[in-house]
Design a protein around this ligand. Structure first.
Ligand SMILES: Nc1ncnc2c1ncn2[C@@H]1O[C@H](COP(=O)(O)OP(=O)(O)OP(=O)(O)O)[C@@H](O)[C@H]1O
Ligand SMILES: Nc1ccn([C@@H]2O[C@H](COP(=O)(O)O)[C@@H](O)[C@H]2O)c(=O)n1
Length: 231
């Protein structure tokens, strides 16, 4: 049985979207592990294709150059929440996709429609093959990738809270520049033409500004369980 959990509940598809640093990855991973579901970090997929573009000398400022090679890299995501993996052409890129260079270029690459089509196909295929269900987190999961998800959550938090979380993670990086970088990425992701960062009309919004991570996880687990029992 997937993730080692003995379950009898029907498969459930959970979409978790929101801006950077709202807690999507931490929450999704923990909820999936707790409920015996698969887990997919779609941001890691966009980061992986960006890493490949940078590594292959593709001009990130030229959408047509990106589009021309969008189908080339083979991106494989492992969906065990206890040990999620991401490879490009067989190489483990879980570390390199978190560099400042990739973070600063990912919004430009993910805005290219050919890239989105390619990555969306991968995401739908992984969701369809998750036997017990899956938690998929990103920016457009509830609106575009899985519009029929059983439960959609949209996480938010103030820019100040998000910057404080991120600078803690980056070992005390400057709070002001971290906040500016987060906002810049959100603006780019929210304003692209194809499948922008957006809350689905039927998503439940959870403001995590004043919640601990544990409280957010409990809140989402409760929402999933209510969905499963038809409450
Ligand atoms: N409610 C919370 N309270 C305090 N810290 C939190 C909370 N939620 C998440 N964090 C911390 O904030 C940081 C960012 O969280 P996480 O990576 O889960 O966010 P994200 O929305 O997935 O970000 P991104 O979209 O940029 O990948 C992590 O260090 C995480 O431990
Ligand atoms: N569904 C998604 C998920 C992510 N992106 C793009 O990837 C970037 C990195 O995402 P992280 O969650 O790892 O921070 C993000 O800024 C988006 O540009 C996306 O477009 N759609």
């Amino acid at each position: 049985m997937e993730n080692g959990a003995a379950r009898t509940a029907p498969a459930v598809i959970v979409a978790i979207d929101g801006p950077s640093g709202t807690g999507k990855s931490s929450t999704s991973k923990a909820v999936a592990a707790q409920l015996g579901l698969s887990y997919l970090d779609t941001g890691a997929q966009y980061r992986a294709i960006t890493w490949w573009m940078v590594n292959n000398g593709i001009d990130i400022a030229d959408p047509s150059a990106i589009a021309a090679v969008a189908g080339k890299p083979e991106i494989v995501s492992g969906t065990d929440p206890a040990a999620p993996t991401i490879t490009v052409d067989g190489t483990d890129v879980s570390g390199p996709i978190r560099t400042q260079e990739v973070t600063s270029k990912v919004s430009a690459v993910s805005a290219v429609p050919e890239v989105r089509t390619r990555i969306t196909e991968l995401q739908r295929s992984l969701a369809a093959s998750a036997q017990n269900g899956i938690v998929v987190e990103g920016r457009d999961i509830g609106t575009t990738v899985l519009p029929d998800a059983d439960l959609k959550i949209f996480l938010t938090a103030s820019p100040e809270a998000r910057a404080a979380r991120r600078s803690g993670e980056l070992k005390g990086a400057d709070l002001h520049s971290t906040r500016e970088a987060l906002i810049k990425r959100d603006v780019a992701d929210s304003n692209r033409k194809t499948s922008p960062l957006a809350k689905a009309d039927d998503a439940v919004e959870v403001d995590t500004t004043d919640l601990t991570l544990k409280q957010v996880i409990e809140c989402v687990v409760t929402l999933v369980e209510e969905k499963r029992t038809g409450q």
